[in-house]
Design a protein around this ligand. Structure first.
Ligand code: DX5
Length: 225
């Protein structure tokens, strides 16, 4: 996995009428990754984007593309998202019936493998698959929508995951947080051990604008870390 801290704007909050330009602006401002939130209207009560958007983005950027699958039966879509250009594919522990197999297939398809935990799902549910993951996504909102309030109670789960890996003699997975991430909430997550910060509204929707918002997040992380 890429080292250091990553700011990963979630394109769910971008203006799709000018997605390419907004992605380029965030890249210019130093964003290291982009998260693509795929929702199916079943696993979460919202319907968003899929393979065509990923293919279009892949064609215009070399930046790391992180696909967050919030769908039932993610196993049916792993290889297609890898072929469409994903660098990382994250499935939800709550949605994947064959989690161990799905994680292995993601890696076999040439991508980094991630697993996401909803706020209500304990870290211990990952005890049998921690050796198969490159990244653990600790959701800091209940998935489905941008612009929600940050759930502070999810933060301790970060150190629980890292401790579980250490207790098993495993290399620590990268820890990502997602939902309500902004210059106020990000530092506490970094202090607990997170290294990847998904931010939608605080990058694409807040004043003064994309470049300043990315800079503000980075400054807060530098200060807080
Ligand atoms: C929510 C998504 C998030 C969301 C983040 O289910 O997984 O990536 O877009 O948006 P903000 O940063 O606005 O909470």
């Amino acid at each position: 996995m890429p080292a250091g801290l990553q700011i990963a704007p979630s394109i769910l909050a971008a203006d799709y009428a000018k997605l390419g330009a907004e992605v380029a602006e965030a890249e210019e401002a130093g964003a290291e990754w982009f998260q693509i939130d795929v929702m199916d209207g079943h696993f979460v009560p919202n319907l968003t984007i899929g393979l065509p958007v990923l293919e279009s983005l892949r064609a215009v950027t070399d930046t790391f593309l992180d696909v967050h699958l919030m769908i039932d039966n993610p196993g049916a879509f792993l290889e297609p998202f890898a072929e469409a250009g994903a660098d990382l594919i994250t499935v939800h522990q709550e949605a994947s019936t064959h989690l161990h197999g799905d994680l292995r297939r993601i890696r076999a398809a040439g991508c980094y493998a991630g697993v996401a935990l909803n706020p209500a799902t304990p870290a211990e549910t990952l005890s049998e698959v921690l050796g198969q993951v490159d990244l653990v996504l600790v959701m800091t909102v209940n998935p489905g929508f941008g612009g929600q309030e940050f759930i502070r109670e999810a933060v301790p789960k970060i150190s629980t995951v890292l401790r579980m890996a250490a207790d098993r003699g495993l290399a620590p997975p990268a820890i990502q947080v997602d939902g309500g991430i902004d210059p106020t909430s990000a530092p506490a997550c970094a202090a607990a051990g997170a290294s990847s910060f998904v931010a939608g509204s605080s990058v694409f929707r807040w004043a003064p604008g994309i470049a300043a918002n990315v800079a503000a997040l980075r400054a807060a992380l530098a200060l807080g870390a």
